[in-house]
Design a protein. Sequence first.
Length: 345
Amino acid sequence: MGMRVAARGVLMRSSGFSLKLLQLSAPRDLPQRLQFARSSGSSKSRLLNATLASAFAGVAGATLAGNSTREATQCESGSAQDYYTVTLRDGRCLSYNIHGTGVPVFAFHGMESSRETWDTMVWGKRPLTELYPGMQIIALDRPGYGDSTTPPRGYGYKEFVDDLVELADKLHLQRFCVAGHSSGGPYALAAAALLPDRVVACAAVSADAPYAHSKADPELTRSGNEMQCDALIRSGYFGGVASNAHPWKQGPMGFVCDYVLERIEWPFAVEDIGLGSRLTIWVGSDDVDCIIKSGKFLRDMIPESKLREQPRRHGFKKNLNNELEFKFLGEVFQELETQWKKSAQ
């Protein structure tokens, strides 16, 4: 049986006020609780639900109270200087890497992932510049992942867009494209909605929809609320060797931020995104249930947007035969390049 978290029992819904989300630390005994849940046999699912419910409730509740328990940490440059950091106005650091030159695309990874999602040298041993010439892929570690500082309390999609504007300005990019995979999709959609004069085209790749949207049907909401959410345990973050993996360097709060934000009301309306055919929603033919439903919902809600299916599962790195495949990412970038060139005519 999959270990699940029912979001309705965990998260607070905003009602006439702005819900502020993130405290900077999980409960002190969370590692012990997760370790106990991992080894508890048939009761594991119930214990995990209680554990994550406690963590999420602490995250949302403490922030509503306006308290933070520790200062944000600073990012450090890589010893091999293989990535960049920008210091934001509030002192946080945002890390990123740049692959190639050409059409600028800010690329946002999914939950429990990092900027390495977009680095074909990491997972395919071939450089992006060789595979997709003419594209400049700016792959970020979102706050709380990899080498980027943990998100501060009150952090959400609007605040991320503010961070993106700071980075784009420092890179002297007035106009650009955005692409987001999985939980990175809502961040790309937020940029498309809130920066209509700067975002030229958007790719929502196996992206989550706003599960709490007033027009979401019960099946969409249910599929999002029942999404498996055991990544903290599966990753081995607490006590396992994967604790040292790049996505988890800053701790679990980037993951918690993503999961929570997707399941409350979004601070922008997807139906107001004005990109039209310059916004493409990509899904896998054998994608996870909530993502297939999300793709159809986003297509129906965003005027003139396009929905395209690829023969893959949730990730874009392999085909249905579990073989390494570069063409799925290539199709995404090619569509962005096409829309970029059209906008320049």
